[in-house]
Design a protein around this ligand. Sequence first.
Ligand code: EPU
Length: 417
Amino acid sequence: MEKIIVEGKNKLFGEISIGGMKNSALPVLYACLLTEGECIIKNVPEVSDIINTLEILRGLGAEAVFCDKNTVRINAKYATNIIKHPDLVSKMRASYYLMGALLARFGYVNINLPGGCNFGERPIEQHLKGFETMGAKCTQNEGKIEIKARKKLKSHKLTLDKISVGATINMVIASVFLDGITLIENCAIEPHVDDLIRFLNKCGAKIARSGRTICIRGVKKLNGTEYRIFPDMIEALTYVCFTAIAGGSVTLHSIEPSHLKYCISIFDNMGIKLSVYDKSLCVSRIGNMKGADVVTAPYPLFPTDMHPQFSALLCYSENGGSVKDDIFPTRFAYVNELKKLGANIDLIGNVAFVNNSEMKGTALDATDLRAGASLVAASLGAEGRSEINNVNFIVRGYENLVEKLSSLGGKIKLLNN
Ligand code: EPU
């Protein structure tokens, strides 16, 4: 079992590049199943969720490989809808994009329910409502779901009851070939949604987004293309937390500043020094840091995927603050782990009230991807040595985390034992 060892209280200095966005790359890779030609997808992070996705695609009969550093080549011409790796499908959340992609291409999919980070109930009824609206029948049975086109699927107008990244993306993928015009309202507008739309349009789709409404004019086929994935906003923001906790000064390259606006204004108010230069962000923390109160909400507001890392940050602020998660109200398993380090946190319902804390390194267990990042963050500022177990969660979404932090002077290593 691998573990990450961190010696705290070492400042970070230097520069790193932020990788491509995992949560954009995943739907784009699944959407390649809709295309007839070869797709070359650049800036794909080499993390375990992506590696498993390529395995799932190969299991369907597609060619799907890393052909160069962070570049994936996919040719899905001979893909089928027979899923050879149900175990991998059950392990990850994004495998639910197979529902939209295989329904659009074959009119039929029979698939295990998706897994992914476990922070409470993660329903998919909005996805199913959408498939039903376009004329499919969805039947759930013993952890599997069968989605079948009753007859030819039809364009439609759908209002999502809940803003959902996954349901929005699945609706876009599933609707690309429907005759006529499909309108989807109350959509998620995370950069991952726009990344997918840009990719599909480059392949020949006709999709436009205006506010929370997406309009899809059906096309007969999609061609292969070359496409570059957006930078990972969550990775960038996580490194802001790392630097603010450890102290020092770090420049993050290859970022997209417009995606970070809301969080930058929060960090700025806390006294963290941030300067944006074109596609780079310089972060430094010299003196004390003030606290803040945040509430997670769909983009462009505070992302739930920054919630655990932000709680770690608040432990090092002068006057503390709070994090309320309205998107995943039970995403708090990390709190007990932070408490092992000495964090002074009161969890009341879906709000963590975090006070300034004396943090001391100890043995910790990552409970999910962002929780793992929160423990790394907290350990960077703690006195002494921390040992973080369940590294498999962290490598789902952070590429070369140990290497990147080491290159900044962090005392961190990966132990295999
Ligand atoms: N929801 C429903 N019904 C549905 C779908 C969603 O009630 O049919 C609810 C959820 O329970 C939640 C809210 O809607 O309260 C938003 O969920 P969403 O569907 O947007 O989440 P997701 O698609 O399951 C993706 C990311 C998550 C990220 C969320 C929110 C991927 C593969 N996953 O999940 O990423 O937290 O959007 O932004 O893109 C991560 O990267 O660590 C991660 C967990």
